[in-house]
Every structure is written in C-alpha cells, then in structure tokens.
Design a protein around this ligand. Structure first.
Ligand SMILES: Cc1cc2nc3c(=O)[nH]c(=O)nc-3n(C[C@H](O)[C@H](O)[C@H](O)COP(=O)(O)OP(=O)(O)OC[C@H]3O[C@@H](n4cnc5c(N)ncnc54)[C@H](O)[C@@H]3O)c2cc1C
Length: 410
C-alpha cells in the first residue's frame, strides 16, 4: 500500500451535487468528524451543472417527496449561513393534461399534493394562457397548478452545499482522482487516489455516471445506467415571460421552464442514448453527445410538441445542453448500504431528479455514514432490489434507457 496521505471518518467519491450535499449534512450534524470529498475535475462540473434543475416536489413517486422537501429546507438554511440568496425561482408547475389517462394522473397528483400539504389548484384555460402565452392551453382537458414548485441554478446549489460543508470543516479535494477502492475480507477500508492513499471508516460512492466502475471492485453491480438527457433553449421572445411557470406536458412527454426571457424545453426521445460507464471519458466537458445537437430527436417529437407550442416551428434554438443521468428500470434511486460489503454506501441512480432530491440524499447518506438509522424510508431505493445484475451489459443498459424513454413527468 502507498503512503497514507490522510485519514477520515468518511470519504466520498465524486464532488457532484450528491457528494457535496453528503459533506454538508455530515459536517453539519456531526461536528468534529472528518469527511473528505474527492473530485477528479472541478466540483459540480459533470451532470450537476447541466441540469434543467426543476426541483419538483409533487410527483407520482412518493418516495422522492420527503427528499425533495429536505432540499428546500437546506436551501433556506444555507442562504442564512452564507448570507446570500440562491435566487431559487418559485414560479410554480403547471400540469397540462390532454388525454383521459393524463387527467387521471393529474387527479392522483392533486391528491398527492394534498397528502403532503403542498399547495395545488386547477386553472382555467384563460388563466393558463395568461401565465403562459406560448402554450396552446385549449389542447388541455384539465390544467393543474402547484404554486410551491421552483427551479434553480444547479451549479450554484451544488456549490452552496460545498461552501457550507467547507465552512463546517469538510475537506473537498479537487483535481484528485480515486483510482481504487481498498477492499479486503468483505470490508472497504479507504481509497487509493492519484495523490496517495486515504483511509476511512466509510466510503460513499457518489461518482455519478462512473459510480459502477468503482463499486465493481467490491463485487457490487449498481443497478443503474448512464442515459443521456438533453434539452434546448430558444431565442428570447415576448411569448416567454421570464417569471412564467414551469410546464409539464405528459401527452408530449415534454417539459419546459422559463430561462431569462427564452424557453428551456426537453422531450423524451423514443430511443434514449446510453453509454456503458467504462466508455465515458473522465472529463465530459468536451464530450459530443449528439453531432446534430439533438435535432433528429427534436424532429421526431416536433408534431407532439407543436400541438402545445404552436410557435415551435418559427422559434429559433440558441443552445443545446446534454449530459448523463443514472437511470434505473423502476425510476427509483439506488441509495444506501451495499449488502455484503461493510463500510460501503451508494448515492446513485438519480433518474434525472438529482437536483430536486439532493438535500434528502445528502441527509440520508450522512446519517447512514454516521451509523444512525435511516432518516427516510429508503426501502424503494434498495441497492439489491434487482438481484445480481451486470451494469456494463448491453441488455441492462437498454433496459434502463427504455425507462427514460417512457418518462412522462419532469
Ligand atoms: C440534461 C440534464 C437535465 C437534468 N435536469 C434535471 C432536472 O430538471 N431536475 C433534477 O432534479 N435533475 C436533473 N438532472 C439530473 C441531475 O443533474 C443529476 O441527478 C445530478 O446532477 C446527479 O449528481 P451526482 O452528484 O450524482 O453526479 P455528477 O454531478 O455527475 O457528479 C459525479 C462526480 O463524480 C466525479 N468522479 C467520478 N469518478 C471519480 C473518481 N474516480 N475520482 C474522483 N471523482 C470522480 C465526476 O468527475 C463528477 O464530478 C438533469 C441532468 C441532465 C444531464
């Protein structure tokens, strides 16, 4: 073994929003204990900085809701701590139901909002049209509105977690790569890095799209796959008010939100692009996700989108953003203890919701790492729920990509 560089109670692999949030909660709730976050590039530079950052609370998957609520709590606390605003945009979420199936889903969602004490209402077509001039509200059978929903700058949120964590004593090492997990006799003991060995009582794999590479060294197959998410940002136009609501269009499998006088929107393509974790470069800053900037996928969905956004064909596209999120076949996270491997935890499989649930993920993992009982019900996120799988096999990757293609929510 190389010389011991450092020792810590907890080492986190990956300085994305999950890693930074874990460090925030661990140092906040366990002062005096040491956590080191290891990031081989710069923090929040991979999936985190690319997110559309809808921080949806009210979802059909109830398991996510307490985690998302925790994120909103964390934002309030960190704004106080840093004496700075995150400038979170609480513009609300409009749910546009244009088929009988979507109306049923919307009714269920309204019930969910009530259950979780979140504000909700139905909007008239006229009211929806006023809030959202770009939307053809007449297409809807019913329109729901959740005024408590927000979006944010995901990079800023990630760095808020990191800055507060540092103030509280976390060590965040950038430009340092984990090269190996130290694993013997069924237990993890630390990590080898490009700068030396770090011993730790607990290691948490929060390495985003690359997480399965490191977990494999312990014989663990993380049940998720890196699948491309992509969205576009239009030119600015008067029909896109900067303070308009976010909009979910389940019948077009699309979502949209304002972006400073333009419209940011995403659609789910029929065949989502995936990659094996070991084929993704260490630094994705210059990775080409789509030679045509997703234009083929946009063309495939144009008709469905133009039904709700009639100015779509005349509107110029200014930016294209893409990145990898970890998807699972059941749309649930992969989070918690790894059965059969001591001292090893996972924060993975974000299913395109990692910004929204970052607070809850951080709190849950920090408490597990401290040896405490889970703060939330983590049963749906169980690491072993699919049995033994090979996260590098084509059949598995395709199964996870299909889950994204079917997604109808934000
Ligand atoms: C286009 C797009 C749109 C999205 N929209 C939304 C949205 O609207 N709402 C929402 O909630 N979520 C959204 N997401 C999902 C969200 O971005 C992710 O869930 C979240 O960023 C995951 O964070 P993470 O920390 O797991 O991963 P990442 O941010 O990818 O961080 C993982 C880090 O691990 C580091 N790492 C890996 N291996 C090593 C190693 N060996 N040593 C050191 N460091 C290592 C990487 O460099 C990386 O920085 C979107 C994602 C994309 C791509």
């Amino acid at each position: 073994m190389s010389a011991i560089l450092k020792k810590a109670n907890v080492v986190v692999i990956g300085g994305g929003i999950f890693g930074c949030s874990i460090a925030y909660y661990y140092t906040r709730n366990h002062p005096g204990k040491k956590v080191i976050v290891i990031e081989r590039n710069e923090i929040c530079n991979a999936a985190t900085s690319r997110a559309a950052a809808l921080m949806t609370i009210v979802r059909s998957k109830h398991s996510y809701i307490p985690l998302a609520l925790e994120t909103y709590q964390a934002v309030m606390q960190m704004e106080k701590q840093l004496e700075e605003s995150l400038d979170m945009r609480k513009v609300g979420m409009m749910h546009v139901a244009a088929s009988d199936g979507s109306v049923k889903e919307l009714e269920q969602l309204m019930h969910t909002a009530q259950q979780f004490h979140q504000p909700y209402d139905y909007l008239s077509h006229e009211a929806a049209q006023r809030l959202c001039p770009w939307l053809k509200a007449d297409e809807a059978l019913r329109i729901g509105f959740m005024p408590g929903e927000a979006y944010c700058d995901p990079y800023l949120l990630g760095t808020f977690f990191a800055r507060c964590a540092k103030q509280q004593g976390a060590d965040i090492m950038q430009g340092c790569a984990v090269t190996e997990i130290l694993y013997a006799a069924g237990a993890v003991q630390g990590v080898k890095t490009s700068l030396g060995t770090i011993e730790a009582d607990v290691v948490i794999d929060a390495a985003g799209a690359w997480a399965p590479i490191w977990a494999k060294q312990t014989g663990t197959g993380i049940p998720m796959a890196p699948v491309r998410s992509q969205y576009w940002i239009t030119d600015k136009a008067d029909i896109f008010p900067a303070d308009g609501p976010m909009v979910l269009l389940p019948d077009a499998q699309a979502y949209a939100r304002p972006e400073g006088g333009a419209l940011l929107f995403g659609v789910r393509e029929q065949k989502s692009l995936y990659a094996s974790p070991d084929k993704i470069p260490d630094d994705i800053s210059h990775f080409v996700f789509s030679e045509d900037k997703g234009m083929n996928d946009l063309a495939e969905n144009a008709e469905r989108l133009a039904r709700f956004f009639p100015a779509f064909y005349e509107t110029g596209i200014k930016y294209y953003i893409a990145g990898f999120s970890g998807y699972t076949p059941d749309g649930q996270l992969v989070m918690g203890k790894v059965p059969g491997v001591d001292n090893f935890l996972l924060a993975s499989g974000c299913c395109g919701a990692g910004i929204a649930v970052s607070g809850g993920v951080g709190l849950a993992l920090a408490e597990l790492a401290a040896g405490n009982e889970p703060v939330f019900d983590l049963s749906e996120f169980n690491v072993a729920r699919f049995g033994k799988i090979d996260p590098f096999s084509t059949s598995w990757l395709e199964k996870c990509a299909m889950a994204r293609s079917m997604k109808r929510s934000g």
